[in-house]
Write a protein that binds this ligand. Structure first.
Ligand SMILES: Nc1nc2c(c(=O)[nH]1)N[C@H]1C(S)=C(S)[C@@H](COP(=O)(O)O)O[C@H]1N2
Ligand SMILES: [Mo]
Length: 254
């Protein structure tokens, strides 16, 4: 999986060029460039990339009706992060909480909750599917991750977005990561609202990821830092997430 994901973004970036090159044909000097030849070979050989090109049309996950929202959305995993840092955020209604956005970005950010709430918002009602076999429907409100990433300005070498969480489970920090394709999906949001109210503590207050293309554990709660990176090797056990480090799949698409 990983060796393919590494070049997804490269392909997405160069695909329009490739099309132009094909139309221009042999008379265009750009067609001689080695990178261009490599790209054509890639396109011929990798089904996975082909699939991703089709997925550029960005199908949305099904959105449900308000009357389908579950009466109870059970928390899973951490329902109250331990430690003084989180307790002090909670006691201050998260006014002293900040979201750091850093790594391979041109403009590192430190965002307060009111700042995030002033950004363009999206509300969606979706079904959450946990790998443990249960599902629940919730309504989520938040800022598209794409908006925040564009504010920070991703550098060209960024390939993954890593989510660092505020809960430490028996000595291990919860974290997650996704590729840029999922990061820029329109339904991928940083949610501060749930079912019409603020995001409750058991469900990840003050901010959680909703990545509707992916299974439960990818939806990181208690966000404190978002890092753009070229690799996943430097965080945790190097597999891209708390559960991935224990052997679960990194790409857990639904
Ligand atoms: N920080 C953090 N994020 C997390 C978890 C967690 O324990 N800690 N559990 C994951 C799992 S396995 C699921 S199914 C969902 C559960 O979200 P919920 O608590 O709102 O039901 O959050 C995911 N995100
Ligand atoms: Mo889960």
């Amino acid at each position: 999986m990983k060796k393919f994901t590494l070049s997804r973004r490269d392909l997405l970036r160069t695909a329009p060029l490739a099309t132009a090159g094909l139309l221009l044909g042999g008379c265009d000097p750009r067609a001689e460039a080695p990178a261009f030849g490599e790209l054509l070979r890639l396109g011929r050989s990798m089904t996975f990339h082909g699939q991703r090109l089709i997925l550029q049309h960005r199908p949305l996950v099904r959105e449900l009706r308000p009357d389908q929202i579950s009466d109870y959305f059970q928390p899973n995993g951490t329902s109250l992060p331990e430690g003084d840092v989180y307790r002090q955020w909670m006691e201050n209604d998260f006014s002293n909480w900040r979201l750091q956005v850093d790594g391979l970005v041109n403009r590192p950010l430190s965002l307060s909750l009111p700042q995030l709430k002033r950004m363009p918002a999206r509300t969606q009602i979706t079904q959450h599917n946990c790998d443990e076999g249960w599902s629940a429907v919730g309504q989520w409100t938040g800022v598209p991750l794409a908006h925040v990433l564009d504010l920070a300005g991703l550098r060209n070498d960024a390939r993954y977005i890593i989510f660092h969480c505020a809960d430490n489970i028996r000595g291990t920090w919860y974290y997650e990561s996704i590729d840029l394709f999922d990061a820029y999906h329109p339904q991928t949001i940083l949610a501060y609202g749930m079912n019409g109210g603020p995001l409750p503590v058991p469900n990840g207050a003050p901010l959680r990821l909703r990545v509707e293309l992916q299974i439960g554990y990818k939806n990181a709660k208690y966000l404190k830092r978002i890092e753009a990176a070229s690799s996943l090797a430097h965080v945790g056990g190097g597999e891209g997430g708390y559960w991935e480090d224990k052997g679960f799949q990194w790409y857990a698409g639904l």
